[in-house]
Every structure is written in structure tokens, then in C-alpha cells.
Design a protein around this ligand. Structure first.
Ligand SMILES: [Fe+2]
Length: 416
């Protein structure tokens, strides 16, 4: 089957997809073209990662290398990290600062400004009448490829597509509200963690939208009482279905482990206690009761508030069998020293080796290894329904947002 036929065969309601979409090189190529360069906005980073003029961060949109910069006016720009001369990477560091605001390719020293415009070419007019470019060589025609850039709260996004709707329209009202809810005041950067998974990026995109596995795979949650399937919760999708968030209320009273026995979680002995329970502590920070929020924004980022752990997880495809997950942790500018310490302690919950999240990387690899060879067989995504509903409450007994992901993915991938 061609890549397009495989994508066409995804159920239109998102409740089943052929395993080949995790394995096929042609599907991967089609995604780079139709999806990552299509009418979507891809997350680049947080504005606090480039606080000053001349700061930069190199990252990716899909698998295309991109640099995010800040110019003298304070504006953020994004350009393809590929010299207009020979295609070399211009920027070779993940983060940095350019004192003179120039970005110079190491190969032939072509120099660009923060916007990506070409500013200098060595020996442009040759030397003593020898060599150099023709008289009609115009530097304005040899800049770096620039992307549209837009921000919401502190999140910076970019798009290759001039036709893509404005960022806020792309995200939809509900998604924007929850971003502002999580980032309700100025933030500060804490740091990064990076994780490489040997599995297709869509397996991770499903995982972050999969409420069904929360209390089942992640035993830490129910064992220590910070999440269980009967907690007050809701799931919200945008119109296309491919963005979603889960918001779960923090337990209101002391957790009664005896209650858990009624619920469908495995191994609910619930007798375990941590020697140092401070890692579990939740300090309310907003005018709501939400203690856990996981928001997946198609195609490239998960924004999370788990207890007091705040992070953006950037999902980067690395070939058909690989995904890099870049965790960027943040707190609030007005956090005091005690809160800084608390957040650092809380971070043990989520990350590449987090008490709650390390199993996800393993689950992705289990699926990638499991689907091998039988590409025509299909997933079965009918927990709690056969199509995506815009709102569900409570969550945990459904795969609603996973269906939403596939419905939206299919729509982007099959549009002409
Ligand atoms: Fe998970």
C-alpha cells in the first residue's frame, strides 16, 4: 500500500489504525511534508529560554533543524538551520548567546542576523579583482528560510505554512484557556531533561492522550494516592480532536486506601508509604482544584502540571523508529527558595526516570517492537466509545482523546 492509502485506511472516527503507520518510511516522509510543513503550529520552546537579544536555541520542526532567536527589538524569530550557501548547519549548539547578534556558518563564514537575513559574505567582491560573485549577487535573495512565529503565554510556536490559521485559532479557545490556566503568571526556567525512545512519535502522542493507562501502567499514582480513576476529572478535545487536555482534581481529603479496592486498578494494596513523602506534596497555586493537568497539543508538545511539576515536553520524530522527548521544566518568577526546592523535589515524579513517567518510554518501545512485521494488522481503540467526544467526565475508562488524535491526524494527512 502507498503511504496515502495507509493513511486513508485509518478509521475516520479514529478508532483504528494500521500498524504500518508506525513502521513505513513513506508514511514518515509524507508526515514531514503534509503535517509538519502543513497547516499546524509546532512548539519550539519557552520564551524564557531566549530572554535576551542575541540568545538562541536550536531545535526542530518535525525533523527539520530550526533555530529560535531573539533580536534587538525583543522579537522572537525562527529559521531553518541550514546555510543558504551549501546547506551546512549554521548553529551547532543547543542553546547560546551571540554577542554581536550574528549567526555565522563555520564552513565559509556566511553571516546572518537574528531574523535569518544574510548580512555578510567573505570575498563577496573577490580579492584584488580575482574571484567573488557576479555584480548582480543580491544578499537579500540568500537569506535563511524563515518561519511564522507566534506565542501564547510563554510558549513559542512556528509554522512553515503561510495559510495556517493564527495560532490561537489553531489551538482553539478551550486549549488556550488551559495554557493560560497553567501559566497564569510570569515563569522562570528550571532546566531540561532529554529522553530517546526507540519508537514512533505517534506512539508517544497516543500515550499522552491515553487516560486508560494512567492508573494501570503507572502504579506509583494509585499506590501513593495522587491519582485514581474515580477522582473528579474531565477530558476536553478541540474541534479537530487532535489537541486535548485532562484535568484531574487533587484529592480533597486524606486518602482512604480502603476505597481503592472497588476500583479497576491492579495491585491496589495501598499500604505503601514513602519514607520522605515531601515528593508527593501538592501546594495549591491557582484558584481551582486541579492537581494534575496533561495537555497534548498536536503535533509537537505536551504541557503538564503534575502536582507542582510544570513542564513542556517536546515530541520530536527521529526517523520512523525513534522519538526524542525534550522536557523543559519551569517554575514561577516569584517562587521563593522553599518553592524552588519543592519543585526540584517534585520533578522526581516526571521525566525520563520519573516515578510516574518512566514506564511510558518502555510502553512506546513495547508497542514498536510488538507491531513489527504484521503491518496490515490494526490497533483497536474503542474503550469508552467508537468516536471522539468533545468532552468526557470522568476520564480513565476511555480512549477518547486517542481517537481524537487519529481523527485529526487523518484529516491533516489526507487534505490536499
Ligand atoms: Fe503514561
Amino acid at each position: 500500500m502507498s503511504a496515502q492509502q495507509q493513511v486513508d485506511s485509518i478509521n475516520i472516527n479514529g478508532n483504528s489504525a494500521p500498524f504500518s503507520v508506525y513502521l513505513d518510511e513513506d508514511v514518515y516522509k509524507l508526515e514531514q511534508e503534509k503535517l509538519y510543513r502543513g497547516p499546524v503550529w509546532s512548539y519550539l520552546g519557552l520564551d524564557v529560554e531566549v530572554p535576551n537579544a542575541g540568545d538562541y536555541k536550536s531545535t526542530f520542526v518535525g525533523d527539520t533543524p530550526i533555530v529560535m532567536t531573539r533580536d534587538e527589538q525583543g522579537d522572537i524569530h525562527a529559521w531553518v538551520n541550514r546555510c543558504a550557501h551549501k546547506g551546512a548547519l549554521v548553529c551547532r549548539e543547543r542553546h547560546g548567546h551571540s554577542d554581536d547578534g550574528a549567526f555565522t556558518c563555520v564552513y565559509h563564514q556566511w553571516a546572518y542576523d537574528a531574523k535569518g537575513d544574510l548580512r555578510g559574505v567573505p570575498f563577496r567582491r573577490g580579492l584584488k579583482g580575482i574571484g567573488g560573485y557576479e555584480k548582480d549577487f543580491d544578499m537579500a535573495e540568500h537569506g535563511l528560510r524563515q518561519l511564522r512565529v507566534a506565542t501564547i503565554a510563554h510558549m513559542v510556536f512556528a509554522s512553515f505554512d503561510q495559510q495556517a490559521p493564527e495560532l490561537e485559532a489553531f489551538l482553539g479557545e478551550k486549549m488556550c484557556e488551559n495554557i493560560h490556566r497553567i501559566m497564569h503568571k510570569p515563569i522562570k526556567l528550571i532546566g531540561h531533561a532529554r529522553q530517546y525512545m526507540q519508537g514512533n512519535w505517534k506512539l508517544y502522542s497516543e500515550n499522552s492522550r491515553d487516560a486508560y493507562h494512567g492508573g494501570l501502567l503507572h502504579l506509583f499514582y494509585p499506590t501513593f494516592g495522587i491519582y485514581r480513576q474515580s477522582q473528579e476529572s474531565e477530558g476536553v478535545l478541540n474541534d479537530e480532536g487532535y489537541h486535548n487536555y485532562f484535568n484531574v482534581s487533587a484529592p480533597k481529603k486524606k486518602v482512604d486506601y480502603a476505597e481503592f479496592k472497588e476500583e479497576a486498578n491492579r495491585e491496589m494494596q495501598g499500604a505503601h508509604e514513602l519514607k520522605d513523602p515531601r515528593v508527593l506534596k501538592f501546594v495549591p497555586e491557582r484558584d481551582d482544584s486541579v492537581g494534575l493537568s496533561i495537555q497534548s497539543l498536536f503535533p509537537s508538545v505536551v504541557l503538564q502540571q503534575i502536582q507542582n511539576t510544570l513542564a513542556a515536553r517536546q515530541v520530536l520524530p527521529k526517523g520512523v523508529n525513534g522519538t526524542e522527548l525534550v522536557w523543559t521544566y519551569f517554575g514561577f518568577e516569584d517562587d521563593n527558595e522553599e518553592m524552588d526546592r519543592h519543585r526540584l523535589r517534585n520533578i522526581n515524579l516526571v521525566g525520563p526516570a520519573g516515578f510516574i513517567s518512566m514506564e511510558d518510554g518502555e510502553a512506546i518501545e513495547l508497542c514498536q517492537n510488538g507491531v513489527h512485521r504484521d503491518e496490515h494488522e490494526r490497533s483497536f481503540i474503542e474503550m469508552g466509545g467508537t468516536e471522539p467526544a468533545p468532552h468526557t467526565s470522568p476520564i480513565g475508562m476511555d480512549e477518547n482523546a486517542v481517537r481524537g488524535f487519529w481523527k485529526g491526524y487523518r484529516k491533516v494527512m489526507t487534505s490536499s
